[in-house]
Design a protein around this ligand. Structure first.
Ligand SMILES: [Zn+2]
Length: 81
């Protein structure tokens, strides 16, 4: 049987709402499904009708007790051998 690599190589999903968008001249706002979604991505809609909650940078702070990076100078930290 003939198998295509992708079922829909000429379509993408709108990064805002997830709707499938045909990648072609009929979708002038691609990869967004509509002008509205494009506006949302640009932040124009957000500044007018929606406030993003949270404080700037708060999401970037990491707990120092977690996510310890692997130190290549100490390979004995790895299991095995
Ligand atoms: Zn959309």
């Amino acid at each position: 049987m003939s198998t295509r690599e992708k079922s829909n190589p000429l379509s993408v999903k709108c990064p805002i709402c997830g709707k499938e968008v045909v990648w072609g001249p009929q979708s002038p706002y691609r990869p967004f499904c509509s002008e509205r979604c494009r506006m949302i991505d640009l932040g124009e809609w957000a500044s007018n009708a929606y406030r993003i909650e949270g404080k700037p940078g708060s999401a970037d702070e990491l707990d120092p007790g977690e996510a310890v990076p692997f130190d290549p100078r100490h390979p004995e930290q790895l299991k095995g051998n």
